[in-house]
Write a protein that binds this ligand. Structure first.
Ligand code: FA5
Ligand code: MG
Length: 430
């Protein structure tokens, strides 16, 4: 395929999902999952649920006046202003309407994620079937965009993960991915002596085997400078931040950036020097680059002092009206509409032989309880001294974002959760 055809295909793909209509058409048949007219055949990998699929097409990051949309505009304006080309035009192009249904090849293989990597486990992500998945990160689009000829781009969109449940985790959230590639003259433009981008060397904690130490250092410096400037642009220069080292299969070295939020360190983003193998595979062996992926909700929570990640999905005008008509640079401090009380119920059960996977339990709780579930926590565990059976007790905390829940309706939801835990996980309620 020519470069032009590849770019046109990506552009066409961008436009397909660009509405913010709230309800996709979803149908589960015995052999297929049908989404907006597309049929995905079911197999043993299929684990998407109607509850998760209903978040498709919400596109909160494109909804005018939504805090995630304001943040998207703010990040774009920073990238445009900070990185002009010779003629003063922005070098970064933005892709914020790419389809969140991607192949498993894009989500994993294109990023060198090994077959046995935990992020591929059905307990961690939402499969339509063996070949298609709801993207688990915006990195899924890196290789195709690089292969289409782009050197600098930002991808923004919704991503899907089976994750824990608390105030800063939600199974659907939004990421912004930045990628920048450099040719040799862009890395060494200030060097008098002739330096080399590549070497046939050893992988060390500081660099990949293909990169010279100076290449890796310069890329890391450029990446961290860009992200520090972005964080200062968003939060002001007196924000407390720290870098930590981490591991991703698609970058090396890799880092995370954390900010202080409510006296705790909150992870905002992951980033690193792009694995050279990805650039070889994408047909750009002569360039090097960096990439980052940041969580939009995490930033918006800190920026607007939004205490709970579920609020982003609220249709309550008490929430939305606080952001309506605002410009991206406006300082807004979210005021709680009112503090509705929490209700909690415990569920205790004997585990079946072989135990259960907590993420299956979270999924059932989420499927039945929906957005009124605020937290799920293991609060007790013991082994019966005689029959050696293991018992667990989880506390489920319920809170509605828009009204007070009464104990009777919580009890009703709780009963249904117990029923599904029994029938689907084989636990015995105590
Ligand atoms: C990634 O997703 C990598 N793709 C990031 C990356 C891109 C690394 C490019 C290197 C190069 P991670 O799983 O750490 O990494 O997620 C990135 C960010 O998404 C986190 O720092 C956090 O801000 C946000 N995030 C992760 N899980 C959740 C969640 N369940 N709810 C809300 N935000 C989340
Ligand atoms: Mg992380």
């Amino acid at each position: 395929m020519t470069l032009l055809m590849k770019s046109l295909r990506i552009f066409a793909n961008q436009c397909r999902n660009c509405t913010t209509k709230s309800t996709p058409s979803i149908e589960f048949t015995a052999s297929t999952v049908n989404i907006d007219g597309r049929k995905f055949s079911r197999d043993k990998w299929t684990n998407v649920t109607p509850n998760i699929l209903k978040h498709l097409n919400r596109n909160l990051h494109l909804k005018p006046g939504h805090p995630l949309c304001l943040l998207r505009e703010n990040i774009i304006s920073f990238m445009y202003k900070s990185f002009p080309n010779r003629a003063g035009n922005p070098i970064f192009s933005i892709y914020d309407r790419l389809d969140p249904i991607v192949t498993t090849k894009k989500n994993f293989d294109s990023l060198l994620i090994p077959d046995d990597h935990p992020s591929r486990k059905p307990s961690d992500c939402y499969y339509l079937n063996k070949d298609f998945i709801l993207r688990g990160h915006t990195s899924a689009h890196q290789e195709e965009l690089i292969a289409s000829g782009l050197d600098s781009f930002v991808v923004m969109g919704d991503v899907y993960r089976r994750d824990e449940i608390d105030a800063s985790h939600f199974p659907v959230f939004h990421q912004a991915e930045g990628v920048r590639l450099f040719a040799k003259h862009q890395i060494f433009d200030d060097e008098k002596q002739s330096a080399e981008l590549f070497e046939d060397g050893k992988r060390t904690p500081l660099k990949q085997e293909y990169h010279t130490e100076i290449t890796s250092k310069k890329l890391q410096h450029d990446l961290k400078t860009c992200l520090t400037k972005l964080v200062h642009h968003l939060f002001g220069t007196d924000v407390e931040t720290r870098w930590t080292e981490t591991y991703f299969p698609f970058t090396h070295p890799s880092f995370e950036l954390e900010v202080k939020f409510q006296d705790k360190w909150l992870e905002l983003l992951g980033c690193g020097v792009i694995e050279q193998q990805i650039l070889y595979n994408a047909g750009v062996p002569d360039k090097v680059g960096w990439a980052f992926g940041l969580g939009l909700e995490r930033i918006a929570m800190r920026l607007y002092e939004i205490p709970d990640i579920r609020l982003f999905w609220s249709n309550d005008t008490g929430f939305l009206s606080q952001f309506e008509g605002a410009t991206p640079d406006k300082k807004i401090k979210y005021k709680a509409v009112s503090q509705y009380p929490q209700c909690f119920n415990d569920v205790s059960f004997w585990l079946p032989e072989g135990g259960i996977n907590p993420s299956d339990l979270y999924e059932i709780v989420r499927g039945v309880g929906g957005d009124i579930v605020e937290q799920v926590r293991l609060v007790d565990e013991f082994v019966h001294p005689k029959n050696k059976k293991r018992s667990q007790c989880y506390r489920i905390i319920y809170r509605h974002m828009e009204r007070t829940l009464n104990q009777a309706e919580v009890n009703e939801v709780h009963k249904r959760i117990e029923g599904q835990l029994t029938s689907e996980l084989g636990v015995t309620i105590r």
